[in-house]
Design a protein around this ligand. Structure first.
Ligand SMILES: NC(=O)c1ccc[n+]([C@@H]2O[C@H](COP(=O)([O-])OP(=O)(O)OC[C@H]3O[C@@H](n4cnc5c(N)ncnc54)[C@H](O)[C@@H]3O)[C@@H](O)[C@H]2O)c1
Ligand SMILES: O=C(O)C[C@H](O)C(=O)O
Length: 326
């Protein structure tokens, strides 16, 4: 029997990530090729005409799984009945800026959209915040939507996770699908800690650790990859961000592969001595639509410092966000 359609909200849908993301969702990349979807696209009034153009293209592409499109500048209409919300709307950073430099503009958006989601989304709606500063926007959304369970509010660090897999694949000249279990700890910012201590590469004689093989500037390359893309494109990453957003939701909803974990920005419960109450990127596995932090990984002294450093930045961002909202 055909499945009922799932309603997926994409905010900022007229922007560059939105333009890359909505066809992926309509093709089944996010929720599976047997899952019909209804797309809800939100943008602001100055982008209304462009948003309508995106809607026209979605109609023209005749995606078999796409059962409807809502394109609107009305946040209530956009949020009504949605099962999944991908929050991309906001302002991207430009060359020379840190992600927290877009804080003032973006956190106030997340405060106001929190209440619309809380009041109008479907029960159990899963939220992914992509717009920067992603962890702190997600935290603001969580705090101003207190009735949405904290387990349902996450932010995107899967792009950093995928970048780390890509770097290992390039450095070791192995297919990216053979590499697994990197970890992005902490903030989606240059303080993040891309950790290869537990990563492996598949070989004919079993999985082998990559720790000793990946050295040099691996950590800074991953930390600075967003800035490198902005320098090269004069625009921030879009196709890789959209693809990683699909990976994040797909694994959350459909589950991670046995023996593999992924990185997600989730509400900290104090695991690994990360202060509770931050949205922090951890290694997680997913099953039955729920994520769970991978427990018990040994953390060496070098890693401990890195985990703490990025947690400190997130605590500072949280304070800054609140000062912007006052
Ligand atoms: N977490 C990640 O891995 C990651 C990766 C890439 C980009 N980003 C971030 O994603 C965000 C979007 O990037 P982009 O390149 O698509 O930017 P963009 O400027 O091309 O698009 C953003 C869109 O958001 C819209 N918008 C602004 N305010 C809005 C509001 N209140 N409600 C709804 N829509 C609104 C804009 O009109 C625009 O269409 C940026 O903050 C960027 O820094 C995050
Ligand atoms: O770096 C940025 O500002 C955009 C995005 O967060 C990225 O990592 O590509």
């Amino acid at each position: 029997m055909a499945k009922d359609p799932v309603r997926v909200l994409v905010t900022g849908a007229a922007g560059q990530i939105g333009y890359a993301l909505v066809p992926m969702i309509a093709r089944g990349v996010m929720l599976g090729t047997d899952q019909p979807v209804i797309l809800h696209m939100l943008d602001i009034p100055p982008a209304a005409e462009a948003l309508n153009g995106v809607k026209m293209e979605l109609v023209d592409a005749a995606f078999p799984l796409l059962k409807g499109v809502v394109a609107t500048t009305d946040v209530v209409e956009a949020c009504t009945g949605v099962n999944i919300a991908v929050m991309v709307g906001g302002f991207p950073r430009k060359e020379g800026m840190e992600r927290k430099d877009v804080m003032t503009k973006n956190v106030s958006i997340y405060k106001s959209q929190a209440s619309a989601l809380e009041k109008h989304a479907a029960a159990g709606c899963k939220v992914l915040v992509v717009a920067n500063p992603a962890n702190t926007n997600a935290l603001i959304l969580k705090e101003f939507a207190p009735s949405i369970p904290e387990k349902n509010i996450t932010c995107l660090t899967r792009l950093d996770h995928n970048r780390a897999l890509g770097q290992i694949s390039e450095r070791l000249s192995v297919p990216v699908c053979d590499v697994k279990n990197v970890i992005i700890w902490g903030n989606h910012s240059s303080s993040q800690y891309p950790d290869v201590n537990h990563a492996t590469v598949a070989t004919p004689s079993g999985d082998k650790p990559v720790r000793e093989l990946v050295k040099d500037d691996f950590i800074t390359t991953v930390q600075q990859r967003g800035a490198a893309i902005i320098k090269a494109r004069k625009l921030s990453s879009a196709l890789s961000a959209a693809s990683s957003a699909c990976d994040h939701i797909r694994d959350w909803v459909l589950g991670t592969t046995e023996g593999t974990w992924v990185s997600m920005g989730v509400y900290s419960d104090g695991s690994y001595n990360v202060p509770a109450g931050l949205i922090y990127s951890f290694p997680v596995t997913c099953q039955n639509g729920e994520w769970k932090i991978v427990q018990g990984l040994p953390i060496d002294e070098f890693s401990r410092k890195k985990l703490d450093l990025t947690a400190e930045e997130l605590s500072e961002e949280k304070a800054l966000a609140y000062s912007c909202l006052n």
